[in-house]
Design a binder for this molecule. Sequence first.
Ligand SMILES: CC(C)(COP(=O)(O)OP(=O)(O)OC[C@H]1O[C@@H](n2cnc3c(N)ncnc32)[C@H](O)[C@@H]1OP(=O)(O)O)[C@@H](O)C(=O)NCCC(=O)NCCS
Length: 199
Amino acid sequence: MRQNQLQETPYQVRLLHTNEIDTLYSLNQRVAYDPASRHLLRPRSVDYLMKCLDPRTGFTVGAFHQEALIGYRAVHYTAKALHEIPHQLVAKEQYSKVVYFAGITVLPEYQGQGLASRMLKETLNMLKSKGFRYVTVGCNFTNQASIRLLMKHGFKTVYLGKPVEVCYKVCYLLNDLLEKAKPAEVPASTVFQDQTNTL
Ligand SMILES: CC(C)(COP(=O)(O)OP(=O)(O)OC[C@H]1O[C@@H](n2cnc3c(N)ncnc32)[C@H](O)[C@@H]1OP(=O)(O)O)[C@@H](O)C(=O)NCCC(=O)NCCS
């Protein structure tokens, strides 16, 4: 178990404003094109990221160290192609209550200190208070750090009825915010061993 040192560290977590678009874009580009993580985080255009800052279309929680942006969790209200969500998971009339996670990252030197968890908690609380019910996210099939993080916070992997090749090796997860929170039961070893049969 890694230590959560946030109580003793000077990191701040807060909402990003639209005038911070350049900072957000730079961080996204830096991580998305870094050879160590470029298959994990998708590069996004300024327009796309702006939608994750504009309160009408989304919001983004940022983590700061000495006023430098060191991580973010972006939410886009409408980016997910809703027709991809099977009706047995989310009834059509609930689609207005679905939002899409549009990227999370923490710079490598700040990872393992609970920052992503903290941003995720803030984000889920905000979404609940705004009346949203479901959160969907797609992430690389092999991205254990991200999958474990999401599962720890109530996400479950879902099968969209497509073979792996069609999904481009993306694993989809869904969180029903109204479902009673249970303690995380994330397997200690590879989360995806079970999933290879279903995706
Ligand atoms: C995924 C990522 C955001 C996690 O950030 P982080 O601040 O290090 O995560 P936290 O310290 O808050 O960890 C929370 C939980 O996530 C999981 N986790 C995080 N890093 C992990 C790792 N390297 N291996 C396995 N699980 C990991 C664990 O369940 C952890 O809980 P624990 O500490 O009780 O075991 C970070 O690794 C990252 O930026 N990766 C590159 C970009 C990326 O993959 N984005 C996701 C796109 S979908």
